[in-house]
Design a protein around this ligand. Structure first.
Ligand code: PMP
Length: 391
């Protein structure tokens, strides 16, 4: 039977960028010890206190259908958090609770793009972006950045690429680069959206993981609240990746239509998960800082380990749980380097090419294992690269 073009073309047909990851998993299945620095997932689990709140809610009976837009309590807590962090007046009417940030990204593109419309995104990008856009029946168009601007998009490129487009998707703090967009980049993003009259979809799932400078939400820039859909999530901030709970924050009218979409797709998020998320958000910033702390520490360890050599260079990253390493001095592609490193040292990292064309010759290292093991793996990676460069 024939399936729709939309569903059969989601992946775009090319390699999905997970070859090194899959090879590492096969090696592990064969009994080989591999140090995995691939996936963006904490090495801690959801805290017992959050799990207790989840259990209490479930045992208390919150196991039936929950309100489709989200519980009043969680919508209010998310709104209060966003208002406090950004200074933009935000109420529960601006919030739809979604089953994670990924579902929010899909809903946001469905809400803003008609079939065949252009949806712009920035390369390097989080691996699902082009497929999410295709899944929403829009046409992905990349703005390719360069290492010399630390992978931040240039104003002229943004202005040009967004002409005639329906949406622009940006992600700061950024996966895969760890770069936090500065005020200048954000002003250029806002300018392009306003001049070319399009929606901004702002993926801010790493907003609690900022090591230098500060996270600015583009929704807070003049004229942007009415044309921005912010995607947020409990996954990274509270180590709740498996709970699948996130949100979209946007103008009330857009949210009312997005609630209709949720009614006809997800039908909401489990009530006991929402209660646990609400509990977690009301624990305050200290809990978020505790979850972020290991990455802050390991990023400092990374910078120290890279001192005194110039073969491996870090992209100046200010946030998120990754560090992007520039290996062009070895003369190898990121993919060849990652494969060779896996074969020789049993260390798995993601090739930069998995995230588009801009990060060729780089690898992304997820700082998601214990400090001593992380440092050991990083030192071996550096020594391996030095050997290659010397050949
Ligand atoms: N955006 C980015 C940039 C991500 O890295 C991820 C997860 N790795 C997501 C969105 C989706 O996260 P979730 O669905 O778990 O909220």
């Amino acid at each position: 039977m024939k399936l729709s073009h939309r569903i059969t073309h989601i992946t775009g047909g090319g390699s999905d960028g997970w070859d090194v990851f899959n090879k590492a998993r096969r090696m592990i299945a064969d009994g080989i010890a591999v140090t995995e620095l691939t996936i963006g997932e904490h090495d801690i689990r959801t805290s017992p206190a959050i799990l207790e709140a989840m259990q209490m809610s479930a045992m208390g009976g919150h196991t039936g259908y929950a309100m489709v837009p989200g519980t009043d309590a969680l919508r209010k807590s998310v709104a209060a958090r966003i208002a406090a962090r950004t200074g933009v007046p935000t109420t529960a009417d601006n919030i739809l609770i979604t089953p994670g940030g990924q579902a929010a990204l899909y809903a946001a593109h469905t809400a803003t793009c008609n079939p065949g419309d252009t949806a712009v995104y920035i390369d390097p990008y989080y691996a699902t972006y082009p497929g999410t856009i295709r899944g929403a029946d829009a046409v992905p168009k990349a703005v390719v950045t360069t290492p010399d601007t630390a992978f931040q998009p240039r104003a002229d490129a943004l202005m040009e690429a967004t002409k005639g487009a329906s949406s622009l998707l940006v992600n700061t703090p950024n996966n895969p680069t760890g770069v936090v967009y500065g005020a200048q980049t954000l002003a250029a993003i806002a300018k392009a959206c306003i001049a070319n009259d399009l929606w901004l979809i702002s993926d801010e799932v790493y907003d609690t993981q900022v090591w230098e400078g500060r996270h600015i939400s583009p929704r807070s820039l003049p004229g942007m609240a009415e044309r921005t859909l912010v995607v947020g999530s409990m996954s990274k901030s509270h180590a709740m990746t498996g709970s699948r709970v996130g949100w979209i924050c946007g103008p009330a009218e857009a949210i009312s239509h997005l609630i209709n979409l949720a009614t006809h797709t997800t039908y909401g998020v489990a009530g006991f998960i929402q209660d646990a998320a609400d509990f977690a958000l009301n624990q305050g910033d200290a809990v978020e800082e505790e979850v972020a702390a290991p990455f802050r520490r390991r990023r400092a360890l990374t910078m120290e380990a890279l001192e005194g050599q110039n073969v491996v260079r870090a992209v100046p990253a200010q946030g998120a749980m990754y560090v992007m390493l520039d290996l062009r001095a070895t003369g190898m592609s990121g993919e060849d380097f990652a494969n060779a490193l896996l074969d020789a040292e049993h260390i798995a990292v993601m090739p930069g090419e998995s995230f588009g064309t801009a990060a060729a010759g780089h690898v992304r290292v997820a700082m998601t294992i214990a400090d001593n093991q992380y440092l050991d793996a990083l030192n071996r990676l550096i020594a391996f690269a030095a050997d290659l460069a010397a050949q």
